[in-house]
Design a protein around this ligand. Structure first.
Ligand code: HEC
Length: 208
């Protein structure tokens, strides 16, 4: 579900951006008649994608495990770009229309940057006296809990339920090292023995 909504959101945002880039070019180059034609003929299309844009955005916001300040700046940029575009096209102010498109492109970039934030958490300090079980738990809380939740079954950002997972430990090790879909790759941040300690810890999760 999350994956499908995310793909829809990306598609809709791309269409929205393309339409606004075309309209802005027409405004900047003074092709007013063509701009009016494009605006009139895409009115319904624009309404539908606006609703989808907002609806999928709200769903993703509510179901994401990875909300950082970047996401909030991104949302601010999007909401600031809307009145700019409306005024820009209504009052025929090309600079405002361009700024609004730039805001949208910047928010697109922020969303991409946000994905990498998860790997930048401060690495927890591990003492040599800690048991493997303690290390596994500590690392799980630091790196995995945001999406998988305290008990492994939160499913945020489209995360799979770890309690009902049927993967073997080797398959899990590979998946965690390389990442999959919305799950980041951890090979560069965690050595294999630490990933194995996390897997052991996740095997202690039980359905409530
Ligand atoms: C940004 C959110 C996110 C974080 C952080 C994250 N995961 Fe995931 N995880 C996912 C998603 C999404 C999937 C489903 C991938 C797919 O199949 O498309 C997944 C799948 C898995 C699976 C496979 C389950 C199955 O049966 O298919 C395992 C195991 C797993 N994660 C363990 C971990 C561990 C351990 C960590 C921390 C080191 C972690 N994950 C961190 C999102 C995340």
């Amino acid at each position: 579900m999350y994956k499908g909504i995310l793909h829809t959101h990306t598609l809709v945002v791309t269409l929205f951006l393309l339409l606004y880039i075309v309209k802005t070019i027409l405004l900047v180059t003074g092709k007013e008649a063509t701009l009016k034609k494009v605006t009139d003929s895409t009115k319904w299309f624009e309404r539908i994608i606006s609703v989808l844009f907002l609806g999928t955005g709200i769903y993703l916001y509510l179901n994401s495990g990875n909300i950082t300040w970047m996401v909030h700046v991104k949302i601010l940029l999007v909401f600031a770009s809307i009145p700019m575009a409306i005024i820009g096209f209504k009052k025929k102010k090309p600079a405002l229309a361009i700024l609004s498109v730039l805001f949208l492109i910047a928010s697109y970039g922020l969303a991409e940057m946000n994905k990498k934030q998860i790997l930048k958490v401060d690495a927890p300090k591990i003492e040599p006296t800690q048991s493997q079980a303690e290390v596994g738990k500590q690392l799980y809380v630091a790196y995995c809990q945001v999406c998988h939740g305290e008990n492994g079954d939160a499913g945020l950002s489209g995360a799979k339920n770890l309690i009902t997972s049927t993967l073997t430990p080797t398959e899990k090790l590979d998946l965690i090292r390389l990442g999959k879909g919305n799950m980041p790759a951890f090979a560069a941040s965690l050595p294999d023995d630490q990933i194995l300690a996390i897997i052991d810890y996740t095997n202690t999760f039980k359905a409530k």
